[in-house]
Design a protein. Structure first.
Length: 348
């Protein structure tokens, strides 16, 4: 679908730009959003439904900190070009994969595997290696310097997001069903938290208090509109990877996290044949804007003399919310909503 230019759609700015964090934790949140935007409650709900149908809104939900629960792993495969579509479809059909992209590199297929625990993630990775006949690099995160992705829809590059909290309190087993609902997304109904309360056999007040507690203790990084950035005009992104001595990597990562325009920054394990341990992501409306931010960030953070590579995304095969708390169905065939023909676009 064509990119939706935010400056051309007041609805996007009114409903998405202010509410990517700080979503109202009240029983009638859409009425409160409507009051701020001079819209009725029904206009707000219909607007979110429209944006979701158009593809620019993924869901209204939460972004959990890495330590809140579950497990995730960044992985990469070097896929022969003639097999890329085939292998990407195999990877995308796994329900634990929530992001799957082609990048400009010999390691050309990059994906994120999520699961209830590290054992589940490792089993899933073994199954993909067997199904594809290819061995994936496994690059677990060791420290997040910034991991909260938000977009200023009036800008040429993504917003200056807040650094990741140093630690997060894990979600208790009793609260995992609520976390699973938050992963799936808030119902677009007048009293969505009442709906969750009925489903879980709890009171709406208890639901709201738990969500606020998660925010306060850092388990939940933000709650609000989770946007699909390509559909909103952020058509270019690049992952820059650095080989940094262990003694310096945290200082370098913290410096990157302070740079405006850097959307994600984190340290990962190295792998055989892959010497890089520091990563950052930059999202922008075009390649030139992304390269400008990368050059500035590298210079300001003092990283120019370290080995590094820039990997632009060039095709998106799958982009969904993570599934750390939800029970995963058995993968049988590619989902029509996530096949290469539908999501042949840039993402990150």
């Amino acid at each position: 679908m064509p990119s939706l230019l935010p400056t051309a759609d007041p609805l996007v700015l009114a409903l998405l730009n202010p509410w990517q964090r700080g979503f109202p934790l009240v029983r009638a949140p859409f009425a409160q959003i409507g009051a701020a935007a001079h819209l009725s409650e029904s206009q707000v709900i219909d607007g979110y439904r429209h944006l979701q149908a158009a593809g620019s809104l993924s869901r209204i939900g939460g972004v959990f900190a890495g330590g809140a629960g579950g497990a995730a792993l960044l992985a990469a495969m070097a896929v022969p070009p003639e097999r890329l579509a085939e292998v990407a479809a195999i990877v995308s059909q796994h329900p634990g994969v929530n992001h799957n992209y082609q990048r400009e590199h010999a390691n050309n297929l990059w994906f994120v595997m999520t699961g209830a625990d590290p054992h589940a993630v490792q089993n899933a990775m073994r199954s993909l290696d067997a199904a594809t006949g290819l061995h994936a690099l496994q690059l677990p995160m060791r420290r997040a310097y910034r991991i909260d992705l938000g977009f200023d829809l009036r800008s040429n590059t993504a917003a200056h997001a807040m650094p990741e909290a140093a630690a997060a309190t894990p979600i208790t087993p009793a609260d995992r069903p609520l976390a699973a609902l938050l992963e799936a997304g808030l119902p677009l109904t007048p009293r969505p938290f009442d709906d969750w309360a009925q489903t879980l056999g709890r009171t709406p007040e208890a639901i709201l208090a738990t969500l606020q507690q998660w925010l306060d203790q850092g388990s939940l990084r933000r709650m609000g509109a989770i946007v699909r950035h390509h559909e909103l005009g952020f058509g270019a992104n690049a992952m820059t990877v650095f080989d940094i001595p262990v003694a310096q990597v945290d200082a370098c990562g913290e410096a990157l996290a302070r740079e405006t325009g850097v959307t994600l920054a984190y340290r990962r394990e190295r792998a055989e044949g892959w010497p890089y341990n520091l990563y950052c992501m930059v999202h922008g409306r075009d390649r030139a804007a992304v390269l400008e931010v990368i050059a500035r960030a590298i210079g300001n953070a003092g990283l120019a003399h370290y080995p590094h590579e820039v990997l632009f995304s060039c095709r998106r095969f799958k982009q969904t919310g993570p599934r750390r708390f939800r029970a995963l169905p058995t993968a049988t065939a590619p989902d029509a909503a996530t096949t290469p023909e539908v999501l042949d676009a840039v993402a990150g």
